[in-house]
Write a protein that binds this ligand. Structure first.
Ligand SMILES: C[S@@+](CC[C@H](N)C(=O)[O-])C[C@H]1O[C@@H](n2cnc3c(N)ncnc32)[C@H](O)[C@@H]1O
Length: 255
């Protein structure tokens, strides 16, 4: 019995240290921390999100038109880049933004971890390059670009993974590169761990997606820690079919 209690106590302390402590999640970037965090938290989160996306992929295309509504924020971001810059569309979904950016003369590559979304993207835009990769894989493969757009993709990461992914983004771009984030916004710095972060999909309420919510200060601190300087933060209210949180648009420069 004693051994069982000690084991449980130790396990809880380890989980706390690797995930629950807000300060720790901000600072520990070791490979072992990433490995454990992926295994303990992100794997099941990705699995829930991928299952849900598989079921709603057609509804999503019809219900959500973020690339149109957010056009002013994306155009504003593009003003920071040179024409023909190489851009990564991280979490590209159905690939529409990737294709639009190529049409505008940028060299844009889409990446996603969802095979379902990637199949749609490749089928719809067969001449565009789409990669099945997360940021860790892109760094390992030596991918380099001038700008990264992560539109509503980091919203699906557990917060304890955010620092790792921002650190990867910094490695994917040289000094002077620019990052665009579209996030779900909340005034607090809620951790959104586990069931706390599961929200019903507005247009398919019987299904859930994991989301995290950020305050302006929280993302600003996270970006500064990973070698970015925030140059702009803007917001808009949610529209029909979207999750009922304000949207946040961040532009940050690699320093
Ligand atoms: C809300 S959709 C956004 C798609 C597209 N960027 C847009 O704005 O329409 C979220 C995308 O993030 C991807 N995603 C989910 N979890 C992810 C993760 N852990 N890493 C990278 N992308 C992820 C999903 O597969 C999906 O394509």
């Amino acid at each position: 019995m004693d051994i069982l209690l000690v084991t449980i106590g130790t396990l809880v302390s380890v989980l706390y240290a690797w995930g629950y402590s807000k300060l720790d999640y901000m600072f520990d970037r070791s490979e072992i921390a990433r490995f454990l965090r992926k295994l303990i938290w992100q794997k099941s989160t990705d699995s829930l999100n991928m299952k849900t996306y598989q079921l709603i992929i057609n509804d999503y295309k019809q219900a959500i038109h973020a690339e149109t509504i957010d056009q002013p924020f994306i155009s504003n971001f593009l003003n920071y880049l040179n024409p023909k810059s190489k851009i990564l569309d991280y979490g590209c979904g159905g690939g529409t933004l990737t294709a639009n950016l190529n049409q505008q003369g940028y060299s844009c590559v889409g990446s996603d971890i969802s095979n379902d979304f990637l199949s749609v993207a490749k089928e719809t835009y067969p001449n565009i390059e789409y990669l099945n990769a997360d940021s860790e894989k892109l760094v390992k493969e030596g991918f380099i670009c001038d700008g990264i757009i992560a539109a509503y993709s980091l919203i699906h990461l557990q917060k304890i993974m955010i620092g790792h992914v921002l650190a990867d983004f910094r490695k994917l771009m040289p000094k002077g590169g620019y990052l665009y984030l579209a996030l779900q916004c909340d005034s607090s710095d809620t951790l959104c761990i586990g069931s706390e972060g599961k929200f019903p999909v507005p247009y398919r309420p019987e299904l859930a997606l994991f989301l995290n919510l950020f305050s302006d200060d929280e993302i600003r601190i996270g970006l500064n820690l990973e070698g970015f300087e925030v140059v702009e933060i803007q917001h808009r209210n949610p529209v029909e079919n979207e999750f009922p949180f304000r949207k946040m648009f961040v532009i940050a420069k690699c320093v």
